[in-house]
Write a protein that binds this ligand. Structure first.
Ligand SMILES: Cc1cc2nc3c(=O)[nH]c(=O)nc-3n(C[C@H](O)[C@H](O)[C@H](O)COP(=O)(O)OP(=O)(O)OC[C@H]3O[C@@H](n4cnc5c(N)ncnc54)[C@H](O)[C@@H]3O)c2cc1C
Length: 420
């Protein structure tokens, strides 16, 4: 291992994992560092937050993914800096890890547009902890409402606001409405969960802005049919533990979820690279950091522009970037120095709205409704890792579809909801 080319990969997300898979047999000594012990399938995180899936359905221990790869050393640690002169990565523990090639694939986190204080009351959805926090708040709100005698307080407990109507916001609003309308009503005696108010608030003019306008219209109509109040063109100006403010109107609500913005990880700062407004490293056409051909930035932490178009921050883009960087590293190990620039193949935009309702935008081909919903389900099952996860997710979905039951309705962790 001592004389082998040292590749250090920070981040076991879609980009980092794909890169390592594609470096199999390349002869490098790979060190994979992640602050969590699992790889997470973020596209289905909202289903953990809303009780449809269990955490282990959509996350896999990183060690197990590479158990048969003797060339991969996995370290559970947080990186907090890079010394580009010494070519070392610094861990929070103080240890330094030397590299010949460094891959930064540390993803993104929530952005509160200068209002970080909103995070406590309006958690975002990015990690399993976020998902279980939202799940706990959601379930506790109904439990508290069952105990509450004051109608105003009960109303606030049964009001759920989702801020941001991209795919995550739309999917969350749809599934919370379905939970309140179909799953829970028969189980509560004092409250009628069907009276729950679900708001989806979007500052922009339409929901699902990245999709074709007619699919946005369909999604908004399908959400309204489910009972979701869709409010577009209205930015939220305040989030507190008592509710949210939209313009002059204050809406009392106890459960708020932030799905409005992302900020890249601090990778650009670590290597002193130029960054865009979201903090993403402005990479070269071969995905390396300007001035550092030995450092790659990939996935949500990179700003990749091809012919004036920015590559979107989605899982297929991260995977393609991981595959491309692995290809370049392999070539370099074989003595090849020039490479074609990275090319991105867009595989479409997909989002579900509720039972039997989804939208798929493949550019010239656009689908909506039941067919889109089935295709969305099949695509997501296909992209999960391993037969067990595919099977358990398929069974959970089938159970919810046939019986209207969500199997992961557990309140765990310490309670953080404001006491009544
Ligand atoms: C709720 C949600 C829903 C989404 N839905 C979709 C969807 O439907 N379709 C789609 O294509 N995309 C979707 N996305 C986007 C998609 O998940 C991302 O584009 C993709 O995960 C980016 O991959 P990545 O490898 O760049 O980063 P990530 O997958 O985010 O991985 C980054 C990794 O880096 C680690 N890390 C971060 N900082 C450090 C540090 N300092 N030290 C060590 N490790 C660190 C993290 O723990 C993480 O494991 C969704 C994202 C979210 C949050």
């Amino acid at each position: 291992m001592a004389n082998k080319h040292k590749v250090v990969v920070v981040g076991a997300g879609f980009a980092g994992i794909q890169l390592i898979l594609d470096l199999k047999g390349a002869g490098a000594a790979i060190t994979l560092i992640d602050q969590r012990n699992h790889h997470l399938f973020q596209p289905l995180l909202y289903q953990v937050a809303t009780t449809l899936l269990a955490t282990s359905d959509i996350a896999w221990p990183i060690r197990s993914l590479f158990h048969d790869r003797k060339d991969v050393l996995t370290l559970l640690s947080t990186v907090d800096g890079v010394d580009t002169a010494e070519r070392t990565v610094r861990l929070r523990t103080g240890e330094t890890i030397p590299y010949d090639t460094l891959v930064l694939a540390t993803g993104a986190r929530h952005a509160y547009f200068g209002h970080d204080e909103w995070e406590r009351d309006a958690p975002g959805l990015k990690t399993l902890e976020d998902a279980t926090t939202i799940r706990r708040r959601l379930l506790l709100a109904f439990e508290r409402a069952e105990l509450e005698t004051d109608p105003e307080k009960r109303r606030a407990l049964m009001t759920f606001s989702i801020i941001g109507a991209g795919p995550t916001g739309v999917e969350l609003a749809g599934i919370i409405a379905t939970l309140a309308q179909e799953t829970l009503p028969g189980e509560f005696r004092r409250i009628d969960t069907r009276e729950a108010r679900v708001l989806l608030v979007e500052a922009g003019p339409r929901v699902l802005a990245a999709f074709a306008p007619k699919l946005s219209d369909y999604a908004a109509r399908a959400l309204t049919k489910l009972g979701v109040e869709v409010r577009t063109g209205e930015p939220v100006t305040e989030c507190t533990e008592d509710g949210i403010r939209i313009g002059r109107e204050f809406i009392a609500c106890r459960t708020v979820v932030w799905a409005a913005g992302v900020q890249a990880s601090r990778a650009a700062e670590w290597v002193g690279a130029p960054a865009d407004r979201a903090g993403r490293v402005m990479v070269n056409p071969d995905l390396t950091v300007p001035g550092h051909p030995e450092i790659f930035a990939l996935g949500d932490t990179a700003h990749v522009e091809i012919e004036g178009k920015t590559v979107p921050g989605i899982a297929p883009a991260a995977k393609q970037e991981g595959a491309y960087a692995a290809h370049v590293i392999r070539d370099r190990l074989n003595g090849k120095t020039s490479h074609e620039p990275f090319r991105y193949r867009h595989s479409g935009n997909l989002a579900t709205v509720g039972p039997n309702a989804a939208v798929i935008d493949w550019g010239r081909i656009q689908l909506k409704g039941r067919i889109a919903w089935w295709l969305w389900g099949i695509a997501h099952i296909y992209f999960l890792i391993g037969a067990r996860s595919r099977l358990t997710v398929a069974i959970s979905w089938l159970w919810a579809y046939l019986r209207g039951q969500h199997s992961a309705r557990l309140i765990t962790q310490k309670e953080t909801l404001k006491p009544e």
